[in-house]
Design a protein. Structure first.
Length: 188
């Protein structure tokens, strides 16, 4: 019988800058395209830009303000000298929020308006919002934006999380997201 060898996965204290650029780039591109998609999908309304702008403001706020204030202070990366998480938000958080107990990190997934649910909502809202506008007033550009946003979300789910972000994260043993992907079960 062949002996199967498993490759030990490296946990990053400092994510490579290329991983951070990929993660934040895909995140921001998703939000911006989502905002444009919502705006263009409802261009038959005079003020459709307001819908897109409200979505974009919500998405950016929940990711780049809410997370660093509520989630990051209880993450292991917040405490690491010279540590840098996949988004780099731990460094922003250290300058803007007080440290919270490590046990609070798991609370990020508790409740209807939890940071996790708001994060997921920011990814799903443009998809759900664009479809009715596309049905009412079909446009190839809007269809292209919708496809791009769906592909970005799938890329995040099937490539970024399991191969770039969560798999190398030192918080994965405390993270409800990593556990849901089967990455945080056994300490190596």
């Amino acid at each position: 019988m062949e002996k199967r060898t498993e490759k030990k996965i490296e946990l990053y204290k400092r994510y490579p800058i290329s991983s951070i650029i990929l993660y934040d780039g895909v995140t921001i591109l998703h939000y911006v395209l989502g905002g444009f998609g919502i705006t263009f999908a409802y261009s038959f309304f005079d003020y459709s830009f307001i819908f897109g702008a409200v979505y974009l403001a919500f998405a950016l706020f929940q990711m780049y303000v809410w997370m660093p204030l509520l989630v990051c202070p209880s993450c292991v990366y917040y405490r690491m000298e010279d540590g840098r998480c996949i988004s780099g938000l731990n460094q922003l958080s250290r300058r803007s929020a007080d440290e919270k107990p490590l046990e609070d990190f798991e609370k990020r997934a508790k409740g209807i308006l939890s940071p996790n649910n708001l994060y997921i909502a920011a990814l799903i809202i443009p998809i759900v919002a664009i479809i009715p506008g596309l049905i009412i007033d079909f446009d190839l550009i809007v269809l292209g934006i919708l496809i791009a946003v769906v592909l970005l979300m799938l890329f995040r789910i099937f490539v970024i999380f399991p191969k770039v972000a969560c798999v190398h994260c030192m918080a994965r043993y405390r993270c409800p997201n990593a556990r849901s992907m089967g990455l945080g079960e056994n300490k190596e």
